[in-house]
Design a binder for this molecule. Sequence first.
Ligand SMILES: [Zn+2]
Length: 127
Amino acid sequence: MIRSGPQRRAVERNGMAREIVIRISVPDGVNVAVSQGTQQPQQQRPFVERPAPPQPAGGCPEHGTAWDLVPAGVSKKAVNADGSPKRYNAFWACPERGCNQMPPRDAPVVQYQSALVDLSDDPNLPF
Ligand SMILES: [Zn+2]
């Protein structure tokens, strides 16, 4: 019996070591270095602007209030290495003053019911 098509190979998943292939394209003359650990002083990452995250379900465990969206802005205290104020993206937090509670990273997202109504069966439509 002759088998056609590509042969399937079992993928081993038992090994502890993971092989991660990362392909990076860099222009000529640029050095790429891979360092392990955190021996070097932490470099400040450039600020990356992100859209506001979706509303997390639930609320502050201390106050029972729903999470409030804090719009993106500029920090009044934290500054960058060059002294300029740090920017931050929008995030969800407890609206109570002085409360530092924030939704957990894996908090489920609030699902809104779709406001769209299916009219395809409506006989009054002109098309
Ligand atoms: Zn709170």
